[in-house]
Design a protein around this ligand. Structure first.
Ligand SMILES: [Zn+2]
Length: 240
């Protein structure tokens, strides 16, 4: 199994049907943290969709970070936040936003803050870094190494803590961390990309890759296949 493709595969989940396909392919995403048993299918759908949405957000933030484009980060963070500036105790030197983020099988409101770089200029990139670190670490407590913002808060780096974990969701978020770090090394090639068919972010192992990676144990990308089908149909229609 390719760890670097795992976050994209989860980020593609946006409906009960795609959720079922994910679980068929990989097994249950979440285990009840106590006892280590898989959650029953009926209970598992909502948290799975919430996890998928959070992974999609984290990858889209990382994708936008490659461009150093604060406008896109601002758009993504504004669209994802639940309450604006509800944390006055962070003081006048920091900017805070609240997000509804998954915490294992639950969702909780998390307020994140980042210090202003220059007065009045919202530190979007620092907030994006903090968000990715927070949500990834929440799910990799038992894995090591974790993620921390680099000095200055503009990038991410690994920090060694903890032991070994078990749940698939932990591997997904560990994979998000790997993508964050490799994306930073490959900014020029823009290795974190949006699929040209479905828009889901993925990490391109190959410089020419334009679509979501293939599911495990298959050779062809589902999204590349769908695009090809459409092109063939369009050509037949034109010819017929
Ligand atoms: Zn795709």
């Amino acid at each position: 199994m390719n760890l670097i493709n795992l976050p994209n595969n989860l980020a593609q989940v946006q409906s009960p049907e795609t959720a079922a396909r994910f679980v068929e392919t990989y097994g249950p995403l979440l285990y009840h943290y106590e006892g280590g048993r898989p959650a029953p299918a009926t209970e598992a759908l909502r948290p799975l969709l919430a996890q998928a949405e959070a992974v999609r957000l984290a990858l889209r933030l990382l994708e936008a970070m490659q461009d150093d484009n604060d406008e896109r980060l601002a758009h993504l963070l504004n669209a994802a936040q639940v309450i604006r500036r509800d944390a006055p105790d962070f003081g006048p030197h920091s900017f805070a936003m609240s997000f509804l983020l998954p915490d294992g099988p639950l969702q909780t409101t998390v307020t994140l803050a980042a210090p202003y770089r220059t007065a009045g200029e919202i530190p979007w990139r620092e907030l994006a870094v903090t968000l990715v670190c927070t949500v990834a670490n929440q799910h990799t407590v038992q894995l090591y190494p974790g993620l921390v913002p680099s000095p200055g808060g503009l990038a991410l780096e690994r920090q060694v803590t903890g032991h070994v974990g078990l749940s698939l969701v932990q591997l997904v978020w560990y994979g998000v961390g790997e993508i964050a770090l490799r994306g930073q090394e490959n900014v020029k090639q823009r290795r974190i990309r949006l699929c040209e068919e479905c828009g889901t972010p993925f990490y391109a192992l190959d410089g020419r890759q334009r679509f979501c990676p293939p599911d495990p144990w298959t050779a062809e990308s589902r999204c590349a296949g769908r695009r090809m089908q459409r092109l063939i149909r369009a050509r037949r229609k034109k010819e017929g």
